[in-house]
Write a protein that binds this ligand. Structure first.
Ligand SMILES: Cc1ncc(COP(=O)(O)O)c(C=O)c1O
Length: 403
């Protein structure tokens, strides 16, 4: 079986992740940061070590500026709902995932009591890239935030985070980066990239289990203004009925997913041991092979910039005469290749790429995939495409066309 669905969640997990979770469940087990006994202290230490590993990976001086969340979606909602106020102007790119688009569309809807935020969606190119000049042109005096997907979850295109950071600094607004597709797979430096808020997911390239993610809160962010999405027990300041105002406790109410964070810590340490540049080199090599192979198959259209150096290891394509869902089903049933088809929770990105409403077939590779797996997948797609040409079904002719 070949698992090419790492953009949804990575699998298998790096060595050490399952072991760290089992160790937590079997040997530690207690609630972190609550009780004073040794098991609770050890649980708290494991959670803190996960924070430290992430701080090293993202180049953050203070690990306590990392707030854990259930996933990138929760982290993005905290940043957007927590920070934005009626009348604020926000700029986003047209390659955003619905984890950004849906909170923004919700915030933009006026209600009887309050006006919405104003939203500008800057169009990206049909290859999925964004020109920072267009971003800067969209700035208004009331712009409070630029939100940018670091890499498209549809075609992998890398977006200009560093340039966006410079624009945000020049105009006194914040930059929120959705690093769901890059954290652990592509170098990220919160300081150098001038990122104010970084939402990450733990269960993709960081190698952790589902149910993990978080938000990095930079030093330019006014923590007083950034409202918590929930309030409750934190294990700190138990004598007080009001919510703590300090990091990370203000945003981490309720018992942490400690077993998940034990796994995430192990995943991040594995990434640090390999080194992000080495992981990136491996993935660029696999992506280059995949793009070259797919573009040479008659009837196959590949989306994006077709340049492995400018994208992540996520490649989307269509086979002329077949719906993406048919391709996905046949890859699974006939070739045991796992991929994701359709719109990938990113309708705006598919509109940008011209693949809306059918979407595309997405092969997303990870650090543990191999060149042999790429060769097998290419043979499988080649076979599917040849079958269509040989047994052309007129009733399928409304499916995506090669262009
Ligand atoms: C670009 C992007 N943003 C956000 C998310 C949401 O991540 P999570 O599933 O961790 O909430 C995803 C998940 O696929 C994504 O690809």
């Amino acid at each position: 079986m070949i698992y090419f669905d790492n953009a949804a969640t990575s699998w298998p997990k790096p060595p050490g992740v399952a072991e760290a979770m089992l160790h937590f469940l079997n040997q530690v087990g207690a609630n972190p940061g609550r009780s004073g006994h040794r098991l609770s202290v050890e649980a708290g230490r494991i959670v803190y070590r996960a924070r430290e590993a992430l701080a090293e990976l993202f180049n953050i001086r203070d690990p306590l500026r990392i707030v854990f969340a259930a996933n990138a979606t929760e982290a993005l909602n905290l940043a957007l709902h927590g920070y934005l106020r009626p009348g604020d102007h926000v700029i986003a790119g047209s390659m955003e995932h619905n984890s950004v688009m849906r909170p923004l569309r919700t915030l933009a809807r006026p209600s009887a009591e309050r006006q919405g935020i104003a939203l500008t969606v800057v169009p990206c190119s049909p290859q999925g890239f964004l020109d920072p000049v267009d971003l800067e042109a969209a700035i208004r005096p009331e712009t409070a935030m630029i939100v940018l997907n670091h890499a498209s979850n549809v075609c992998g295109s890398l977006l200009p985070v560093r340039e966006a950071g410079a624009v945000a600094r020049r105009h006194g607004c914040l930059l929120l980066v959705d690093a769901a597709q890059t954290a652990g797979a592509y170098p990220l430096d919160v300081e150098a990239d001038q990122i104010d808020l970084l939402a990450f997911t733990g269960h993709k390239a960081l190698g952790g289990p589902t149910g993990t993610g978080g938000l990095v809160i930079g030093e330019r962010v006014d923590v007083e203004r950034l409202e918590a999405l929930k309030q409750g027990g934190t294990g700190s300041r138990s004598e007080r009925q009001d919510q703590p105002d300090f990091l990370p406790d203000k945003y981490e109410s309720g018992t942490a997913n400690a077993v998940g964070l034990a796994g995430l810590g192990a995943g991040v340490r594995w990434v640090l041991d390999q080194g992000v540049p080495a992981i990136r080199r491996h993935e660029v090599e696999l992506t280059r092979r995949l793009i070259e192979g797919l573009t040479s198959i008659p009837g196959v259209t590949v989306y994006g910039g077709l340049d492995a150096a400018r994208q992540t290891a996520t490649v989307s394509f269509n086979v002329a005469g077949l719906l993406p869902s048919d391709v996905g089903l046949r890859l699974d049933e006939e070739h045991e290749i796992m991929c994701r088809v359709g719109l990938h929770c990113a309708p705006a990105a598919h509109e940008t790429l011209g693949t809306f409403p059918h979407g595309a077939v997405r092969l997303s590779l990870g650090a543990l995939n191999t060149a042999d797996e790429v060769s097998i997948a290419l043979e499988a797609v080649d076979k599917l495409a040849r079958d269509v040409i040989q047994n052309y079904h007129p009733e399928r002719s409304e499916g995506p066309k090669s262009n």
